[in-house]
Design a protein around this ligand. Structure first.
Ligand code: MG
Length: 159
């Protein structure tokens, strides 16, 4: 069986607000994520991971900032469209692993809901998806709570 691995990274700044959207889940926080879309850094990193693994570009090419249709867009819908494009290229994402690096909000209490949302978008069982929260030990821009970063890895199998 032909297998590939893709990696994705994303970061978003915080601005005044009351919640962040991560993996399609609204999580209460004393800020929001700034972005052209809904700022869902998990969905963005995962989209890059599967597009990268399939060797078919990246999220910026597929959903340009310059396109008004992408303004405020639901990033889980963008991930679903990327899954379809990856399938057309002959690949299926079969597993994903995500690390969210931030001091706040805590990811653990929302993990199961995030896993379920991602699994549904990828068309896999939730047991094939993991979401992990890590602090940055109060170091640097993440430690100062100016924003958060996400690293995602996805395994793809040939259809
Ligand atoms: Mg992004």
């Amino acid at each position: 069986m032909k297998t590939r691995v893709g990696i994705g990274y994303d970061s978003h700044r915080f601005a005044e607000g009351d919640a962040v959207i991560l993996a399609g889940v609204r999580v209460a926080a004393p800020f929001r994520l700034v972005g052209h879309s809904d700022g869902d850094a998990i969905a963005h990193a995962l989209t890059d991971a599967i597009l990268g693994g399939a060797g078919i570009g990246d999220i910026g090419e597929m959903f340009p900032d310059s396109d008004p249709a992408n303004k405020g867009r639901d990033s889980i819908e963008m991930l679903r469209l990327a899954v379809l494009r990856v399938r057309k290229a002959g690949w299926a994402a079969v597993q994903a692993d995500v690390s969210v690096i931030c001091e706040r909000p805590k990811i653990g209490p929302h993990r199961e809901e995030m896993r379920a949302t991602i699994a549904q978008a990828l068309g896999v069982d939730a047991s094939a998806v993991m979401v992990k929260g890590k602090t940055n030990e109060k170091l640097g821009w993440i430690g100062k709570e100016k924003g958060l970063a996400v690293i995602a890895v996805a395994t793809l199998e040939a259809l």
